[in-house]
Write a protein that binds this ligand. Structure first.
Ligand SMILES: [Zn+2]
Length: 223
């Protein structure tokens, strides 16, 4: 049974476990990190399943059980990993298309729709202080987790403010994020990493322009 937290809409209780928020969906897409060093957080079945457990999308016992299965049949582990990475790529494709105001790639939507087809049942169950949202698993638990991740993105693409979806302007980063700033003009996933990098680059370019011989400005740095 999951603990309830209050949402802005009193009729839509959000369970802490097993429902993926947009934030979780975006975090999943961004598990393929490119900047400052390329790193795939879903690099092997162990890490991928751990990510799902940490984000309340998979029970820890299920992870243990699956890893034991993969030990006996590594091909099964490789298959699940490939599926997670494929769906992640399709989710990125659809989000980038929305952020860039263009139609998504048909193959990405096919992949997303396949993931959405997984049956996952939510149930209201009595709780000491009202009702709570519980869930019943049907079928493959990893497919169930993927369905909920894809669902979070699908909800946003249909009902959310897609005009606020952004791809980080640092071309080496390309993180997907939702711009929740007041002005809606955020360009970078984080001011501290990518934003700061852009600022430093602009500063250097300005100094190069101001200096008669390009390159010498760097050496005069600080002066
Ligand atoms: Zn970035």
């Amino acid at each position: 049974m999951n603990e309830l937290v209050t949402n802005s809409s009193p009729l839509l209780p959000v369970a802490v476990g097993h429902i993926a928020t947009l934030r979780t969906g975006l975090d999943f897409v961004n598990t393929l990190d490119l900047y400052p060093v390329p790193h795939d957080h879903l690099e092997n079945p162990e890490a991928a399943l751990e990510w799902l457990v940490e984000h309340d999308l998979l029970h820890r016992e299920v992870r243990t059980h699956l890893l034991a299965q993969f030990q006996a049949s590594p091909a099964a582990g490789a298959e699940i990993l490939a599926k997670l990475q494929r769906v992640r790529q399709a989710m990125r494709g659809a989000l980038e298309a929305a952020a860039e105001r263009r139609a998504p790639n048909g193959a990405d939507l096919d992949e997303i729709n396949r993931a959405l087809r997984t049956h996952y049942v939510y149930e209201l169950v009595p709780a000491p202080d009202g009702v709570s949202l519980d869930h019943r698993h049907q079928g493959d638990p990893v497919d169930g987790a993927l369905a909920r991740l894809v669902e979070s993105i699908a909800r946003e693409l249909i009902q959310g403010e897609t005009s606020r979806l952004r791809v980080c302007e640092n071309v080496q980063c390309r993180w997907i994020f939702k711009d929740t700033s007041r002005t809606g003009k955020r360009k970078w996933c984080s001011m501290r990493s990518c934003g700061n990098r852009a600022k430093v680059a602009r500063h250097r370019a300005r100094r190069r322009l101001a200096s008669p011989s390009p390159g010498s400005a760097e050496h005069r740095g600080g002066g």
